[in-house]
Design a protein around this ligand. Structure first.
Ligand code: SF4
Length: 220
């Protein structure tokens, strides 16, 4: 059972402190952007959505001018436009999405978290940073009593989620649309909804919708 798997590990708070010191390179980058843009969030981005949701969506890391600026996952950059439109379409969010945390958007039966909570340079966390931040991902899963489905956005989020569930990456090899039961949760993998992936045609809105259509069918 996913929650039990994660809960069996040493207890960890699901939200890192604003000045979490664990990844020196990311701390340095964070400090640089605090100086550059004092009005931005520039801190670990907390999970968004109700803790009793049956669905968890796991992204990679905050975008520099997206979640790192606004403080809400996938808010303020292109990836959020596609993600939130799709969540609204499949009943996992309601209200207007206007790319800022006070837009009134609410998640309904879904929660979003990033595998790495701090913005990495060039959007690329190192394997060590991914590992170091994983206890926060495990804790976020463990505190969701009704968790039944997880959507992983991209290979890094997928593999880190499997690791947080106590599984090897080979348990469910990443690919767009792959899905399987892992313990008591069903994992659904999707290419990341980044601007790069959609601009290059790696991910079309239809392909993205098909994942959430399958999630909706699974959850009812
Ligand atoms: S990425 Fe995670 S573990 Fe690393 S400094 Fe940020 S919050 Fe801490």
């Amino acid at each position: 059972m996913a929650a039990k798997t994660a809960a069996a590990r040493p207890a960890a708070a699901s939200e890192p402190g604003r000045d979490c010191p664990l990844c020196p390179r990311l701390v340095e980058f964070r400090e640089e952007w605090r100086a550059n843009e004092p009005g931005w969030h520039n801190a670990p981005v907390p999970a968004f959505g109700p803790v009793d949701a049956p669905l968890l969506i796991v992204g990679l890391a905050p975008g520099l001018r997206g979640a790192n600026r606004t403080g809400r996952p996938f808010t303020g950059d292109y990836a959020g436009d596609l993600l939130y439109a799709t969540l609204i379409e499949y009943g996992f969010a309601r209200g207007p999405y206007a790319a800022h945390p006070e837009d009134g958007l609410a998640l309904t039966g879904a929660r979003i978290v990033n595998a790495v909570r701090c913005v990495p340079p060039q959007n690329k966390p190192t394997p060590e940073e991914i590992r170091t931040c994983r206890p926060f991902l495990s804790a976020a899963m463990a505190e969701m009593p009704a968790l039944r489905a997880i959507v992983t956005l991209g290979k890094i989020a997928h593999d880190s989620t499997l690791a947080a569930l106590g599984q090897k990456a080979s348990r469910l090899k990443f690919g767009h649309g792959v899905s399987d039961e892992v313990g008591s949760v069903r994992l659904f993998a999707s290419y990341h909804c980044s601007r790069y992936n959609t601009n290059t045609g790696v991910l079309t809105p239809e392909m993205f919708r098909s994942v959430f259509s399958a999630v909706r069918a699974s959850l009812g």
